[in-house]
Design a protein around this ligand. Sequence first.
Ligand SMILES: Cc1cc2nc3c(=O)[nH]c(=O)nc-3n(C[C@H](O)[C@H](O)[C@H](O)COP(=O)(O)OP(=O)(O)OC[C@H]3O[C@@H](n4cnc5c(N)ncnc54)[C@H](O)[C@@H]3O)c2cc1C
Length: 815
Amino acid sequence: MNAVPSKARAVVIGGGVSGCSVAYHLAKAGWTDVVLLERRKLTSGTTWHAAGLIGQLRGSANMTRLAKYSRDLYIRLEAETGVATGMRQVGSISVALTAERHEELLRNATIARIFGVDVAEISPAEAKAMYPHLNIGDVVGAVHLPGDGQCDPANIAMALAKGARMQGVKIFEMTKVTRVTTAGGRVTGVDWETAEGAGHIEADVIVNCGGMWGRELAAQNGVTLPLHACEHFYLVTEPVAGIASSLPVLRVPDECAYYKQDAGKMMLGAFEPKAKPWGMDGIRPDFEFDTLPEDWDHFMPILEKAMNRMPLFQTAGIHTFFNGPESFTPDDRYYLGEAPEVKGYWIAAGYNSIGIVSSGGAGQALAEWITHGEPPFDLWEVDIRRAQPFQRNRRYLKERVTETLGLLYADHFPYRQVVTARGVRRSPIHEHLRARGAVFGEVAGWERANWFANPGQEREYHYSWKRQNWFENQKAEHLAVRNGVGLFDMTSFGKIRVEGRDACKFLNRICSAEVDVEPGRIVYTMFLNERGGIEADLTVTRLSETAYLLVVPGATFQRNLDWLRRTVGDDFAVITDVTAAESVLCVMGPKARDLMTRVSPNDFSNAAHPFGTAREIEIGMGLARAHRVTYVGELGWELYVSADQTAHVFETLDEAGVDLGLKLCGLHTLDSCRIEKAYRHWGHDITDEDHVLEAGLGFSVRTKKAGFIGRDAVLRKKDEGLTRRMVQFRLENPEPLLFHNEAVVRDGKIVGPVTSGNYGHFLGGAIGMGYVPCKGESEEEVLASSYEIEVAGVRHKAVASLAPMYDPKSERVRM
Ligand SMILES: Cc1cc2nc3c(=O)[nH]c(=O)nc-3n(C[C@H](O)[C@H](O)[C@H](O)COP(=O)(O)OP(=O)(O)OC[C@H]3O[C@@H](n4cnc5c(N)ncnc54)[C@H](O)[C@@H]3O)c2cc1C
């Protein structure tokens, strides 16, 4: 073997499927000087023992795009490298045992159609015809994806490694990275050791593909990579007579089980609801092609159901009981991208048991991202910047991953909340809200009141694809905001202070709107990228000549902070996270002014406190900064209150609001109100791949302002014309619900997904938003079409609008 070089352009750490794919794709992208280091043997971590299921359909267009890419790559890899990958397109069947699961499968089939994945809804009898061993007694329905397949995971990784080597990548086994070295916040290389010695490779780029070892390696550099291993089980029978080699992969998610035919044997794998975390005290240094002990008690509930579902399991001999570790993350999604803490520190890890099907596409996307400095398309779902620093806590991770393993096969009901490792981040009025019936959800560790139960009502979600048990609560909250006054706790907002003599200059360089405004003005603006895509939408409040407050969603906070830090360059501006310093209480609705004048001596008239301004006010016996803005489309103020005074201010408002009918409102109502007003939601309706003009947010861009990021892309788009437009829809039938990813059907043809949906309790029907292709078409032509929304295979007539359906002239906001 050649000596490990002392210098490389990129070092990939880890020779599982992830590292092999990243190295392969970096080489394909023209990186000629890539080194991959593996502490033991290639594939010896988790990859060698995967089941090898390749299912293309994931929860979103871009995740599906990555999985489809993997499948296509694995099909052609054998010819390219000469390594047999075992990739066979046998198709897959998923069966539903409940009506709710059937609805989910049908909704997934719609998603497949939107994303161009071949799918067929099949009856239980048709499923039985394709899968004769299946007991269909209680099967409600099924879907068939003929393009899915199965493979030999270790050989996929070996083929990728061979393909990488063929393009010049140098791979060294038995070579452990002991530390990633850094200087001045940048990667400078890696220290490595072998049995014979140690050394250093100088490199600007490293990619942590260390699987379940990745977290500890990252922690050495203060990089947040929240993942934790769990035990993961399957068993393989002795050969069974009559098993066809063409048998599709079978998933029975209601029984947490999948089945795969393997050389005449049957494999049964489990996604049990309560998993067993593993490796809490670190992983043995000599761990290599290892397995974990059998645990029949743990596996038995799955096997018992399998014996009924597929009676051959009652008699087949057991060839292998397999238990191996895999890494899981707090939200069941993997991590890609550059760590915000250290420049040049890239990550592709935490695959939650879909690493084989994901790594082909993920490696390709990451290689492009590393090469061009920006993701090839919206990858927010898996972006490492969604990780919160507190998630480095191992007790938190250990508790949470017991739940995440099972989530892959759980019912993916809308609004489903995690139940483990809760309560880490709370508002100062958390207990007040709880006492008043709040039912909490969690985002970025924050506990947030999603809805308020009535006295005596059960404070639990009853999940469903139909109206859930809180539908009427939401309606009452929603109508209080439209007709009276509601109070939201939005303390989870991320708050960033930018100050210094260049603060204005800096922000004007990264904001689409003009922020050189008078102190006290609030500006709604975008951060655009060079393609005109939306990196963030936020409000920027000028507090003084040299100080600004930026308010962003809690979920995107780390990403937004990272964008600021990356772009500040030599400007003299200090960027500080002040999230925990202030709470945010939002008083919203036509009676908001009445309420404010009861609790404060300040003047809340339009003349004294117009829309888009912030003023310090006295409130109760304390102080707050009142921002006149809204995300629900009503008159209202967001009150920024020092954390220590929040309970007092809340009590003051609460008491004063009694006879005004002040209603405590949750996040579900915030969402249903904003969607009536067609306010976009970042991450759903707008992302870094959505052009600001196509998103209908051109009003937030001031092209007269010189030199801000994204300006050229906006001007270009103005010249070229829009290729799609964001449209708001309302279903004519008030019954069906819209959540996300239903299909927008224009003149009988599916044109894309609903990007977000909720119920318009004021407008009287489900509301959704989505992009409609419109190359060369006027607004009138777009609206002249007939629209339907396909929900679980059924098409419902929809009214379409380019202007907000609720209060299109924003008169209520300025009343
Ligand atoms: C039972 C089971 C069934 C599964 N079934 C499927 C399936 O059907 N379909 C699917 O898509 N996925 C499946 N998976 C998941 C899949 O196996 C994993 O997601 C995938 O293998 C993860 O690959 P990786 O490269 O991230 O991690 P690994 O394969 O663990 O690779 C990480 C590598 O990094 C090396 N390393 C760590 N630290 C260092 C260091 N400091 N220096 C050098 N090297 C280092 C390790 O030695 C290891 O080889 C399954 C997993 C299990 C356990």
